[in-house]
Ligand binder design. Structure first.
Ligand code: ADP
Length: 317
């Protein structure tokens, strides 16, 4: 076993579903205790990576280590280190909260007073004591998510995998769910791996990996990734991006890059440049926006397309 501070290490990982490549030579490291976000559009490989970490799939090439254990060589040890909360709740709606938890406890070899004590503890922490004997299908979406989270935590894992955990929740329930996650990290010193396609969720993570079409596009602290683009970014929307980019470079001697259907202008003082830009090119612009860079900008700069506008492409090799 390799000794390491890393909760998760992924090395040159490639995964294929038949001819379709879902992950391409992906390498990343998740430090222990980190809240780590996997951000990418649909089809970018987030769920596949989660399933590989959970030992439900085996790598085509490369390897993954969870708490120092290789997922292929020691899958049962890996599974004991991990709690998993998948997109679809893994609960039986026709069983009560307690019955669901007992059932899942049994999967992890928990029973008797140890299991009862753990269920009591979690019900109290998640403020669901009063719903203990309620059928799960009678709970609100947010409460069901909390029961699902409790299920994932029953065996006191060191790492929790959450795949798009707030899907289907309204903004209030989503906010409450994230508050619960933050508390969990503090009290349990858990490592959290959260797959999401939502910027606002990724921005709450300590570190994020941006995935696109199975590739790692960028990784690091969200703030640092965004700041690497400068204090501000200037985006021009225009029906003729190539011509406008060329005109900006000719007239103002600053770099202008066509990214998707937009033009990104790398000006050190975008506010001072903007009126001059309008004087020369105003008739050809639909809009110009100056803003502090976000992860969306990072994604756009690295991939040439928006996080939410990527049609899923069939990848083969
Ligand atoms: P994400 O979770 O980011 O939406 P996925 O990991 O689900 O991405 O998918 C990555 C790629 O693998 C996509 O191109 C998807 O169509 C493909 N894929 C996912 N599951 C299967 C499967 N069971 N069989 C074939 N292709 C799949």
């Amino acid at each position: 076993m390799k000794t390491s501070e890393a909760a998760i290490e992924v090395e040159a990982l490639t995964f294929r579903y038949g001819p379709r490549i879902a992950l391409r030579s992906l390498s990343l490291r998740v430090p222990s205790g980190c809240c780590f976000g996997l951000l990418g559009p649909n089809g970018s490989g987030k769920t596949t990576l989660m399933r590989l970490l959970a030992t439900l799939l085996r790598p085509t090439e490369g390897c993954l280590r969870v708490c120092g254990h290789d997922t292929t060589e020691a899958p049962s040890t890996v599974r004991r280190c991990l709690g998993v909360v998948f997109q679809q709740p893994a609960l039986d709606g026709d069983l009560t909260v307690e019955e669901n938890l007992r059932l899942h406890g049994a999967f992890y070899g928990l029973w008797g007073t140890a299991l009862t004590r753990r269920i009591d503890e979690l019900l109290t922490r998640f403020d669901l004591q009063e719903r203990r004997h309620e059928l799960v299908r009678r709970l609100s979406g947010g409460q069901q998510r909390r029961v699902d989270l409790m299920r994932g935590l029953l065996h006191a894992p060191r790492i929790l995998l959450l795949d798009e955990p707030t899907t289907g929740l309204d903004p209030l329930a989503r906010h409450a769910f994230w508050q619960t996650l933050r508390q969990l990290r503090q009290t349990d010193q858990l490592t959290l791996i959260v797959a999401t396609h939502l910027l606002e969720e990724a921005e709450q993570c300590d570190e994020v990996a941006l995935l696109d079409e199975g590739r790692l596009v960028a990784s690091g602290a969200p703030e640092a990734l965004a700041r690497a683009l400068g204090d501000e970014v200037l985006w021009l929307e225009t029906p003729e991006p190539e011509a406008v980019a060329a005109a900006v470079q000719t007239h103002f001697d600053v770099e202008a890059r066509v990214i998707g259907t937009s033009v990104r202008v790398a000006a050190s003082d975008a506010h001072a440049l903007l009126p001059h830009l309008y004087e020369v090119l105003g008739a050809r612009l639909r809009s110009a926006t100056i803003r502090r860079p976000t992860l969306e900008d990072v994604f756009l700069v690295h991939t040439g397309h928006h996080l939410h506008a990527t049609p899923e492409t069939a990848l083969t090799s």
